[in-house]
Design a protein around this ligand. Structure first.
Ligand code: PLP
Length: 413
């Protein structure tokens, strides 16, 4: 069920009119539906029920504490890529024992923080990093649980910026080198080899790349088992796509029923790290139309949100559906929807059919719940937007709009 629907001619999030939320929280504004977040998390969790498993939400997709806390209460773990994300995940109540740590450039400080917190495992991406973890663990007299992130060289058929599992990408160890790496690591003090992990990319809209990856991982795990290296965890990463426009991605159930047959005979606990598929369609970015402008050549809608609030259209030419918050039957004509930032790249849509709209009316940029606020910046010294969580017929501000004072915090004159 879609929780962003029109009722009596205006857009609602669950049972609250978007207009009413804007009256209190102003624009630009991120609005999330808690029912959608819950439904998406449970879709993964339930589809996995037949096998020991852990769903580790990818914190980088949306790191708001309230969202992490909601997922924590549903039993989610976390996939983190920095010390800052570890701090957030722990603050939000995600147990350290459910946190896996990915990323190619973990610093010594971050490794120390993760070790003293007692995370489930480090997904190690290079032999240099392995050394750093081993030495840090020894200095702290701790044992580090590790998995290697292997790069299965599978084409995820997605945007090049978000494909990560090809040989030419910077992530993980090549399968060919993985066996040797496991043998080395299994003899090192201070380390406990517990798993294997992978992550082939993001916004993947078919099951075949995941199935191919699962097969390659299974073969590696079998080979390691024959060598006496028994793993406890198989981490299949994230990457399941969502519908932004005309895509028809598999549902979480379909994705899992495609890969589970490849892995169901394995005794390991399966981990997945979905980000976008849990929160992407659980959020919208609401913006106000400031001005319209007709150059003869083009018609522009200039809105109060910008690329600093939602970078995906500028960064990846990503398509987001954009709808007027008040429904209208008027005929549409193509417009460019642009923000106030001094960059030609500051747009949300180009030549998009939109109805005529009055200055001051509201637009909803859909599917903005993942890689939206979490990628936002203060470029052009723009305070970042507020975030609101809707639950049924009530809503609550879960991040206050930044003030000018926030913008200069930590700076000296
Ligand atoms: C980004 C990332 C994810 C989440 O990807 P989605 O496409 O949002 O599901 C999971 N695991 C790792 C290691 C990542 O870098």
């Amino acid at each position: 069920m879609d929780h962003f629907i029109f009722k009596k001619g205006e857009l609602y999030c669950e049972d609250v009119p978007v207009r009413k939320i804007v009256e209190e929280a102003s624009t630009p504004l991120y609005i999330y539906s808690s029912a959608t977040l819950k439904r998406h998390f449970e879709a993964f969790d339930k589809a996995f029920a037949s096998h020991p498993h852990l769903v580790c939400f990818a914190v980088k997709a949306n790191n708001n504490l309230s969202i992490l806390n909601l997922l924590a209460r549903l039993g989610s773990g976390a996939d983190i890529v920095s010390g800052g994300e570890l701090f957030r995940a722990l603050k939000a109540g995600i147990p350290a024992g459910k946190i896996v740590y990915s990323g190619v450039g973990k610093t010594l400080d971050e490794i120390r923080y993760a070790l003293t917190s007692g995370i489930l495992m480090f997904n190690v991406e290079s032999m240099d990093e392995l050394d750093a973890i081993k030495n840090t663990a020894a200095a702290l007299k701790k044992q580090a649980n590790i998995s290697f992130r292997v790069n299965p060289d599978v084409d995820p058929k997605t945007h090049p910026y978000i494909s990560t599992g090809l040989k030419k990408n910077k992530f993980g160890l090549a399968c060919a080198n993985a066996i040797e790496a496991y043998h080395k690591a299994s003899h090192m003090d201070g380390l406990k080899v517990v798993g294997i992990s992978c992550h082939i990319g993001s916004q993947i809209t078919e099951t075949s790349p995941f199935v191919e990856t699962a097969r390659k991982i299974r073969n590696l795990v079998d080979e390691l088992g024959r060598d006496g290296i028994d793993l406890k965890f198989i981490d299949m990463g994230g990457g399941l796509g969502i519908k932004y426009n005309a895509e028809a991605p598999p549902k979480p159930e379909e994705y899992l029923s495609a890969i589970l047959p490849e892995l169901s005979s394995m005794p390991q606990t399966l981990i997945i790290e979905p980000g976008r598929a849990i929160c992407g369609n659980a959020g919208i970015l609401v913006t106000k139309l400031l001005y319209t402008k007709d150059t003869g050549e083009k018609r522009f809608y200039i809105v109060d949100a910008a690329m600093n609030d939602l970078a995906r259209p500028s960064l990846y030419q990503a398509h987001h559906e954009i709808v007027p918050v008040e429904e209208t039957a008027a005929a549409s004509q193509p417009v460019d929807i642009v923000g106030p930032i001094c960059e030609t790249g500051d747009f949300f849509a180009k030549d998009r059919p939109m109805p005529p709209m009055e200055k001051g009316s509201l637009l909803a940029i859909k599917s903005a719940g993942a890689y939206g606020f979490s990628m936002s910046s203060n470029y052009n010294s723009r305070p970042r937007p507020a975030e609101v969580m809707v639950t049924g017929d009530s809503f609550r501000i879960i991040r206050h709009r930044e003030t000018y004072e926030n913008l200069i915090r930590g700076e000296d004159n």
